[in-house]
Design a protein around this ligand. Structure first.
Ligand SMILES: [Zn+2]
Ligand SMILES: [Zn+2]
Length: 207
């Protein structure tokens, strides 16, 4: 059984997702954001197999340094953002100085690309390249669970005015990738509540 817990972390209330295989006690974390104390408490007795990043904005990678050092787990990030973890300018923490220190950590251990299949904690995770909010944004599909980062929200979409963002790419990603999934697919976004592909297809005013 795959257990999915979410934690709203940091000043931008970024969703970190902890996915645990309850039989084995192995887990992965998607987007460990800033001030990850509550999450760190929860993973004390878990083996963390990987940290997956939907993209490298500071509010999604703010907890990477602490958790990676604590657990010795590798980080996966799309190669178009391979130099963002080391750069407060690229990851946005420099610009958002009112809510963040300049953040940096070592580069990711593994590059992601669209079309890749990851075999983690006994489950398959398909990686889809879904740029627009940022150039290396990806979404992860595991069974009927879609982790969409800052691409698609409940009744919203990601902003495209940050470094490397592009509005046309964002809408292409939503229409040509995310909206090819079944209505029943559950969406776990980077901010705000969960939704489904079907609900967004029918109700999202932006798409
Ligand atoms: Zn973002
Ligand atoms: Zn975000």
């Amino acid at each position: 059984m795959l257990k999915i817990d979410s934690y709203s972390l940091g000043p931008l209330q970024t969703n970190a997702y902890l996915l645990t295989n309850e039989e084995t006690g192995k887990a992965i974390i998607i987007d460990p954001g800033m001030n990850p104390g509550a999450l760190i408490k929860k993973i004390e007795n878990l083996e963390i197999e990987a940290i997956l990043l939907t993209h490298a904005h500071f509010d999604h990678m703010g907890g990477v340094d602490e958790i990676r050092k604590l657990k010795g787990c590798p980080v996966y990030l799309h190669d178009l953002e391979s130099d963002w973890l080391t750069s407060p300018k690229l990851n946005g923490s420099l610009m958002w100085s009112q809510v963040s220190q300049p953040l940096s950590t070592d580069p990711a251990e593994y590059d992601l690309a669209g079309g890749q299949q990851l075999d983690l904690i006994g489950h398959q995770f398909a990686c889809y390249h879904t740029p627009g909010h940022s150039p290396g944004s990806v979404s992860f599909l595991c069974g009927d669970h879609l982790f969409s980062g800052d691409v698609l929200f409940k009744l919203g979409v990601g902003r495209t005015d940050l470094h490397g963002g592009r509005e046309r790419d964002l809408f292409d990603s939503i229409h040509n990738t995310l909206f090819t999934f079944k209505d029943e697919v559950k969406v776990y976004p980077g901010h705000g509540p969960r939704t489904t592909i079907g609900y967004e297809r029918s109700n999202n005013p932006y798409v």
